[in-house]
Design a protein around this ligand. Structure first.
Ligand code: UDP
Length: 236
């Protein structure tokens, strides 16, 4: 089967990396992600990845406990670098060449993010993991995912979540919650649906970048999405 996308930006949640643990990185979850990523690389898809840091530190939660917001956001961005390195390690163990490019320079650990360099790596079939978010406080890794997707001319952002799509209300709390197959960015913003923050949604909408929200914890789902199977919710 042929993939329907040539180049994708995959957004992985940091929080989902914990698996059953209360903190840190579950080796099961990260290995499952790595395997699923290898499977789509083998299909010929060029893969950029942004991974969150919520399993380690979030600036907003830190601020609630008295950490200065900007300092907390710096800590959060560094958390995404830890996750990026862990993911790189797991993907490379499967024999797939991978580069981590960071928005905050740390040349002893990773390459700095330079758009042309990222594109070159992708053209050569390397998985590119974008660490340290946008490099700015007060942003999220969802916004980083939207931004990097636009910069690398990705065909689509695919956002892995714990839920299997976008619902009109919380499906955990409400049994009659209805899942959308497709929805527009304007509807997401107007109905304040918690898909991504408004900055990320606006970036995608203004740049006509489609988004697919799906459940990543079921192994094989990332491949289904790139093969064009209609799982999850498509936002246009
Ligand atoms: N962060 C930031 N700027 C960015 C991206 C992330 O300051 O461009 C910080 C912010 O504190 C955030 C943390 O990094 O809470 C971790 O990212 P996020 O909460 O998006 O991770 P996820 O929810 O996907 O695990």
């Amino acid at each position: 089967m042929k993939p329907v996308y040539n180049r994708i930006l995959l957004k992985l949640s940091g929080e989902a990396l914990m698996g059953d643990q209360d903190f840190g990185i579950s080796s099961e979850v990260i290995s499952s992600y790595a395997k699923q990523i290898k499977d789509i690389v083998d299909l010929g898809v060029e893969v950029g990845i942004v991974i969150g840091g919520g399993n380690i530190f979030r600036g907003l939660s830190g601020a609630e406990q008295g950490v200065d917001r900007v300092t907390g956001d710096h800590m959060g961005m560094l958390a995404t670098v830890i996750n990026s390195l862990a993911l790189q390690n797991s993907i490379e163990k499967l024999g797939v060449p991978t580069r981590v490019l960071t928005a905050i320079e740390m040349p002893k650990i990773a390459e700095p993010f330079i758009k042309r360099r990222a594109q070159r790596h992708l053209e050569k079939g390397r998985v590119v993991i974008f660490g340290a978010g946008t490099g700015n406080p007060y942003f999220t890794t969802d916004t980083a995912a939207a931004l990097r997707a636009i910069e690398i001319n990705a065909d689509v952002v695919i956002k892995a979540t714990k839920v299997d799509g976008i619902y009109d209300k919380d499906p955990v709390k409400f049994k009659d919650a209805k899942k959308y197959k497709t929805i527009t960015y304007t509807e997401v913003l107007n109905n304040d649906l918690k898909v991504m923050d408004a900055a990320a949604i606006s970036l995608c909408r203004d740049n006509k970048l489609p988004l697919i929200v799906f459940d990543s914890l079921k192994e094989g789902n990332i491949e289904k999405v790139v093969l064009g199977e209609k799982i999850g919710t498509m936002v246009l």
